[in-house]
Design a protein. Structure first.
Length: 572
């Protein structure tokens, strides 16, 4: 540390570290101000006060100290310069709300909110007004007529506005008038305003044109959503019709709900029922009311059932009502059952009634429709075979099988479970399975002992031969053969193929296979595989394998295999 030969006097210090920085700071600030520069910050008064106090301490230090330190003096000079630049800016800063915008003299738009931290609501403009314009409320939100409205103007539109213009006023005025008009419309129109995208887009386009009458593309982004309180039942923007509104507007879905709700308290129940019967168009709505007839008297209920009986394409509804309604008379039951067998979907009838509840005459009536249903859906053919079996006429049995074999092999596998009454038909379906079934389809339907449940030994033979033939070129098919195919049903040549393929893939897998199924294999094959495996392992592991039967208390290896492992363990 060096000491100057003479101590600087207070006047020199004040000149160098006070007046000159002050003049520089004020001058630079005025230049930036009148040049129209935009400088935004959401910082409060902490930093200006901190800088001012720090600069005072620096001046006192420089005036009183006799030591000379270049670093401290340079830091003090920079602090004073920054303070006299920053403090005048802060004292004359413009206080702007978050949703204001500043248009520079070059036309550039700066949104105040982009320079603010989350939660802050104001920003300070450290710049002059030379060539700058401030536009108020370029974006924001408001609650109008129980609707939350959010808006945002495009920067191209903001740049064309005059100084101190408030853009929220035309938005609020136009939205207030538009929502007031919508609130006086029927409930269906009010619902569509928020449910229909097209209706809402038309509404917002009209509001935008009211705010910006020119023919330029709409520079205003608008979103609307109703308040939660206003969407409650009975509220202005509720999605639910009151009873009177449903009557006035002939709103069929609400009329149906009023007639079917368990806790419904109708004031004008007869009028609601009459309007429902007048405007109902589908058998689905008729069936909804018929399934919950607690609000209907006998005359109304009978008229409703009669309407369903004569309604076109109401067979499925008639089928459901026949099975679920206890209020029906015998005549109504007979009429609904007849309509169901005449018009309902065949699959629905079969599922609903089953075999025992369908008479031979009704089955004959269904037979005329089954051929068409089979062509449309092979699953219906499988269902018919499952439910009716040999009750089906021969031509229908053959038609069902023909449709199944023209479908995927998975359908053929499903059909095999229900064709135990006809060996010739089983043979047709089995050929489809052998020719086209994928590995995944077979694995799903035949694994875990299902093969022997599904197929007789004679039927399994061609399938076993087919799978073993594919295992030559595919590790996946080989794995399937080992896991699923019964070894006792294989021929000697097929077992030999499996062993050879396993040895090629893994001697360990081959050893496991011959050990688990050795009662069906030639002893020479078991011995050869065991010797091959013993050559690949260490003597210590051979010794371990000699004790496996005792350790696991199972007869996993035979005596010949144990002897092979003993010899392997003795090799040094």
């Amino acid at each position: 540390m060096k000491r100057p030969p003479t101590r600087p006097n207070a006047r020199a210090i004040a000149m160098v570290f006070g007046i000159i920085p002050c003049m520089l700071g004020v001058g630079l600030g005025q230049y930036l101000r009148w040049s129209g520069a935009v400088w935004l910050t959401d910082a409060g008064g902490f930093w200006p006060i901190f800088c001012f106090l720090t600069s005072l301490l620096a001046c006192v230090y420089l005036a009183l100290t006799t030591a000379y330190d270049g670093t401290i003096r340079i830091s003090a000079w920079l602090m004073l310069t920054w303070t006299w630049l920053y403090v005048p800016f802060w004292l004359t800063a413009a206080d702007l709300p978050r949703y204001s915008a500043i248009i520079g003299h070059d036309g550039r738009v700066t949104i105040a909110g982009k320079w603010m931290r989350p939660g802050a609501d104001r920003v300070w403009l450290f710049a002059g007004r030379g060539g700058n314009k401030i536009i108020r409320n370029v974006e924001g939100s408001a609650t109008i007529n129980s609707v939350d409205v959010k808006y945002k103007f495009a920067e191209t539109y903001i740049s064309s506005r005059r100084d101190e213009e408030d853009l929220s006023r035309p938005v609020v005025n136009a939205m207030t008038a538009a929502l007031a008009t919508e609130s006086r419309k029927p409930r269906s129109s009010r619902i569509s305003l928020f449910e229909s995208k097209d209706a809402q887009n038309r509404f917002l386009a009209n509001v935008c044109r009211a705010v910006v009458p020119s023919k330029i593309p709409c520079p205003l982004e608008l979103t609307i959503s109703p308040n939660n309180a206003a969407t409650a039942p009975g509220g202005l923007w509720s999605k639910h019709f009151t009873e009177q509104e449903a009557i006035d507007e002939r709103h069929l879905p609400t009329l149906v709900n009023l007639l079917t709700q368990d806790n419904s308290r109708l004031v004008r129940s007869e009028l609601v029922y009459a309007l429902f019967m007048e405007f109902v168009e589908t058998a689905v709505d008729l069936a909804k009311v018929a399934r919950k007839p607690h609000l209907l008297d006998d005359g109304q209920f009978n008229a409703l059932i009669e309407r369903i009986i004569i309604a076109p394409e109401a067979g499925n509804e008639a089928l459901t009502l026949y099975a679920s309604l206890s209020r029906l008379t015998q005549e109504q039951r007979a009429a609904l059952r007849e309509k169901a067998f005449r018009e309902a979907g065949v699959a629905n009838i079969i599922k609903q009634y089953g075999s025992g509840r369908i008479t031979d005459s009704e089955l004959a009536q269904l037979s005329r429709r089954l051929h068409t249903e089979f062509d449309a859906n092979p699953e219906t053919a499988i269902l018919a075979l499952e439910v009716f079996g040999e009750r089906l006429p021969w031509d229908l049995q053959f038609g069902a099988v023909d449709r199944i074999v023209r479908a995927r092999a998975a359908h053929a596998l499903s059909a095999l479970r229900h064709l135990d009454f006809s060996s010739p038909l089983r043979a047709v379906v089995l050929r489809k399975v052998i020719a086209e079934a994928s590995l995944k389809e077979l694995d799903v339907n035949l694994a875990h002992g299902k093969l022997e449940e599904l197929l007789t030994p004679a039927e399994a033979r061609p399938l076993i031969a087919s799978v073993i033939g594919k295992s030559h070129s595919s590790k996946e098919w080989l794995d399937f053969a080992v896991r699923v195919l019964p070894v006792r049903a294989m021929t000697t040549e097929e077992r030999k193929v499996i062993i050879d393929e396993l040895v090629f893939v893994s001697t360990k897998s081959a050893l496991e296979f011959v050990s688990e199924h050795r009662q069906y294999l030639a002893s020479s094959d078991v011995r050869d595989v065991t010797q091959d495996y013993a050559r690949t392992i260490a003597p210590d592991f051979c010794l371990h394998l000699t004790h496996r039967n005792a350790n696991r208390q199972i007869d996993y290896f035979n005596d010949a295999q144990i002897e092979i492992f003993h010899k392997c363990a003795q090799v040094k």
